[in-house]
Design a protein around this ligand. Structure first.
Ligand code: NAD
Ligand code: MG
Length: 384
């Protein structure tokens, strides 16, 4: 039986790894929609290879290029934000939400509102929208499957158990490329150094988030929404080998962990096949070759991001959306060479202290907070 799939952000790291799994089992899938931001040529290439019905570019100015590249293929081409949301709302068996940043929020909400199954990689969307998204999932009887490796691990460890019996959820963190760096070294860290992650091959934004530990901060908020056990039962531990992807401890002190290679195709496959399983091309886990697993508490002096995220979710209202928006602005500025690495968390912290955003009650409210927080964060950049 073939299943239909749409991939939002098909040209990115998660998008391409999803397509890689589909390529290996081509007959099992019918590709409906593929989207990208501006990479028309790559999107057209994938749309042709996977015989997609529709290819959408968010950047409408590149639409003529996409149309040209798809000429004669019979594949529909569209451009702009409204077209992206309409495409995301097309009925399919599963939507993979792999756009980076709050830019992915409106299409994710469109997919949720048609009551489908959404495999969510786009953590910024859930962090910003929080209850607005989880309420929409409940209202439209949609299914949200977590792609993020930690949340996918937790999701797997919760199967067959009751959430009421959870004593503690532990998110593991690799610690990123700068785990052992001194404060002085962090001050002069370059974008090239930040995007060279020791364990995972990812897009630029999440790589920087991993280096600042904001990725774990965003994941802490993401976990709070996906697995509502209470913030006091949500912990972070640094585990440099990235073999254990997260753990759930129950009231009887049994701890279930999910282990696997640090390759996103494993959690993506878990979502694609759920509730069944499918093959992936990865080598079996060889624990004897890995030898040792180690664990450390997070150092919030050198990496304040997890503290900022915890404070934002404790503050509630529009603080998580503000944290996310300020971080997106600061990371983009760092990648553009405008601010130092250690200024990223500083910009987020000063934006949070300057802007007390109201609690968003709708998608438009969330987008409003996101917009406003970006204005504040951009001002903070000037005070470097
Ligand atoms: P990426 O930068 O490699 O790809 C992003 C995709 O989104 C691309 O297809 C791009 O064209 C599209 N895009 C970018 N900006 C857009 C915009 N403004 N409007 C519409 N589309 C836009 O990113 P990635 O590393 O694949 O990450 C995608 C998401 O998955 C992020 O939220 C990230 O945090 C999450 N995630 C990634 C990984 C990983 O290993 N890469 C792991 C866990 C979670
Ligand atoms: Mg993760």
């Amino acid at each position: 039986m073939t299943r239909s799939i749409s991939i939002l952000g098909a040209t990115g790291s998660v998008g391409e790894q999803t397509l890689d799994l589909i390529r290996r089992n081509r007959d099992a899938w019918r590709v409906e929609v593929l989207t990208a931001n501006g990479s028309a040529a790559k999107l057209a290439e994938f749309a042709r290879e996977f015989d997609a019905k529709l290819a959408v570019l968010s950047d409408e100015s590149r639409l003529p290029e996409l149309r040209g590249a798809l000429a004669g293929s019979g594949i529909e081409a569209a451009g702009g934000c409204a077209a992206l949301c309409e495409a995301a709302a097309r009925p399919v068996d599963i939507t993979v939400a792999a756009i980076v940043g709050c830019a992915g929020l409106a299409p994710v909400m469109a997919a949720i509102e048609r009551g489908g199954t959404v495999a969510l990689a786009n953590k910024e969307a859930l962090v910003s929208a929080g209850d607005v998204m989880t309420a929409a999932v409940a209202r439209h009887e949609a299914t949200l499957l977590p792609v993020d490796s930690e949340h996918n691990a937790i999701f797997q460890c919760l199967q067959g158990n009751r959430i009421e019996d959870v004593a503690q959820i532990t998110l593991t963190a690799s610690g990123g490329p700068f785990r052992t760096w001194t404060q002085e070294q962090l001050e002069v860290a370059t974008p090239e150094q930040a995007v060279a992650h020791p364990n995972w091959d990812m897009g630029a934004k999440i790589s920087v988030d991993s280096a600042t530990m904001m990725n774990k901060g965003l994941e802490y908020i993401e976990a709070h929404h996906l697995f509502p056990v209470g913030l006091d039962r949500l912990k972070i531990v640094v585990h440099p080998q990235s073999v254990i992807h997260s753990m759930v401890e129950y009231r009887d002190r049994s701890t279930l962990a999910q282990l696997g290679p640090s390759d996103m195709r494993v959690p993506i496959a878990s979502c694609l096949a759920w509730p069944q399983r499918m093959d992936t091309p990865m080598a079996p886990l060889d624990l004897a070759a890995i030898g040792e697993l180690s664990f450390f508490p997070p150092d919030e002096q050198r990496f304040p991001a997890t503290r900022l995220a915890r404070e934002a979710i404790e503050a509630g209202a529009g603080a998580p959306a503000t944290l996310n928006a300020a971080n997106e602005v600061a990371v983009a500025a760092f990648l553009a060479g405008q601010i130092a690495f250690t200024r990223i968390a500083a910009v987020v912290e000063s934006t949070l202290s300057r802007y007390s955003a109201p609690a968003p009650a709708s998608l438009d409210d969330v987008l409003g907070v996101d917009h406003e927080a970006r204005v504040f964060a951009s001002e903070m950049l000037e005070h470097a």
